[in-house]
Write a protein that binds this ligand. Structure first.
Ligand code: MRU
Length: 337
C-alpha cells in the first residue's frame, strides 16, 4: 500500500496536496513561507492531527530559511514558530512537533546548521509517522472479525498523516488480509471530510465505501450492520479521554448503546502527557461561514449566529480500546514515557 502524497519536501518548499479542492481536483500547493503555511493549516489545505504536526516541522525549516542570520536569529525564528503554533489549538501533534524543532533551533550554533538539523528532524518525524501507521494497522486489524463492516468519522487516513493514516490504516490492513467487507463513512458536517476525503481515499484503495449522513449513524449501529466503529483522535488525555472531530462523542454513545466496540487509533505523538483528562482540552471554534454558506447559497437568515466547535471529547468510558504503535491500551497512562 502506497502512502497518499499528502505532504512532500521538494525544491526547498513544502508541497501539499490541497485538501480543500478534493475530490473534484487533485492540485498541489508549494509553501515557501511560514505565512503561506499558516494559512494552509488554518484553512485545512493540510489537516488531520499527524499531518498538521509534520507540516509544522517542515514549517520550522522554512522559518529558519526565511530568517536572516543575525544575533537575534533564534529569537526571530521562534516568533515564526509561534505563528505556526497559533493556527489550530486542538491537535497536540502541532505543539509536539514544534517543541522538538524549537529545541533543535535553540541548540544550533548557526542558521545553516539549524536548517540542516531541522530538515533531518522533519524527515525523521515523517518516517516515524509512516512506521507508526503500519504498526497501528496491524494491531487494529487483529481486533476485527472476518468479513467485518466498520464505520468511521471524519478522515483519519493517509490524508491526515504522512503515512497510511490512523483509523484508515486499520482498514487498509484488514482489506489486505481479506477480512474487510466494507466501510461506512460519516459525511462529517460541516466540512465533509468523510464525504470528500475518506470516500476518495478508500475508493482509490479499492475498498467498498458508503457515505451516510452523520445523523444516520446511530440507527445504523442499532441495526447490527456494523462490527466496529474506528476513528482517529486529535489529542488523547492521559486518562484516555479523546478529542476528535465534532460528532465523535455522539457516535461513541450510539456505539455503546448498540453494544458495538468503539476504537480510537492514534500514535503516541497524539497523546498529551500534560493533559490529565479531557476537561481541559482546548476545542477550536470555527467561523460562521462554514454553516451559513453551501456552494453559493446562503443557508442562514442574515444576523443568525452559529455554534461551530470543530471537535468534541469522548470520555474514556465509551472507548473500548485505544490502538497506538506500541499496542492496544486503555489509556496513555499505561505506556512507558
Ligand atoms: O479538522 P480536521 O479535518 O483537521 O480534523 C481531523 C480529525 O478530527 C481527525 O479525525 C484526526 O485528526 C485524526 S487523523 C489521523
Amino acid at each position: 500500500m502506497k502512502p497518499v502524497p499528502t505532504l512532500q519536501w521538494r525544491d526547498n518548499a513544502l508541497r501539499l496536496l490541497d485538501q480543500r479542492a478534493l475530490p473534484a481536483e487533485e492540485i498541489y500547493i508549494d509553501c515557501r513561507s511560514t505565512a503561506e503555511l499558516a494559512v494552509a493549516i488554518k484553512t485545512l489545505a493540510v489537516r488531520g492531527a499527524p499531518a498538521i504536526g509534520i507540516a509544522a516541522a517542515y514549517g520550522a525549516v522554512i522559518a529558519a530559511m526565511e530568517t536572516p542570520q543575525s544575533k537575534d536569529f533564534s529569537e526571530n525564528c521562534c516568533d515564526l514558530l509561534d505563528t505556526l503554533a497559533s493556527t489550530r489549538p486542538t491537535a497536540v501533534n502541532l505543539f509536539h512537533c514544534l517543541d522538538i524543532q524549537r529545541k533543535i533551533l535553540l541548540s544550533s550554533p548557526s542558521r545553516d546548521v539549524a536548517v540542516h538539523r531541522l530538515l533531518n528532524s522533519a524527515h525523521r518525524l515523517f518516517e516515524e509517522d509512516l512506521e507508526a501507521s503500519r504498526a497501528m494497522g496491524r494491531f487494529g486489524a487483529d481486533l476485527l472479525p472476518k468479513g467485518c463492516t466498520v464505520l468511521t468519522h471524519c478522515n483519519a487516513g493517509g490524508l491526515a498523516t504522512a503515512g497510511l493514516g490512523t483509523a484508515l490504516s486499520v482498514m487498509y490492513e484488514a482489506h489486505s488480509r481479506g477480512i474487510l467487507s466494507g466501510v461506512y463513512a460519516d459525511e462529517t458536517r460541516p466540512l465533509l471530510q468523510g464525504a470528500r476525503l475518506t470516500s476518495w481515499e478508500l475508493q482509490k484503495a479499492g475498498i467498498p465505501v458508503k457515505v451516510l449522513p452523520d445523523s444516520a449513524a446511530a440507527s445504523l449501529l442499532l441495526s447490527g450492520a456494523v462490527d466496529a466503529v474506528i476513528t482517529g483522535a486529535d489529542r488523547v488525555a492521559m486518562n484516555g479521554d479523546s478529542a476528535n472531530k465534532i460528532g465523535t462523542y455522539p457516535l461513541a454513545l450510539a456505539a455503546f448503546e448498540a453494544g458495538v466496540p468503539f476504537y480510537i487509533v492514534a500514535p503516541v505523538s497524539t497523546f498529551d502527557p500534560l493533559t490529565p483528562d479531557g476537561t481541559t482540552i482546548d476545542i477550536e471554534e470555527r467561523g460562521r461561514e462554514e454553516l451559513s454558506i453551501m456552494g453559493n447559497r446562503q443557508l442562514l437568515p442574515p444576523g443568525v449566529m452559529v455554534y461551530n466547535p470543530a471537535f468534541d471529547v469522548t470520555p474514556v468510558r465509551f472507548i473500548t480500546s485505544i490502538i497506538c504503535e506500541r499496542g492496544v491500551i486503555s489509556s496513555p497512562s499505561e505506556i512507558e514515557w
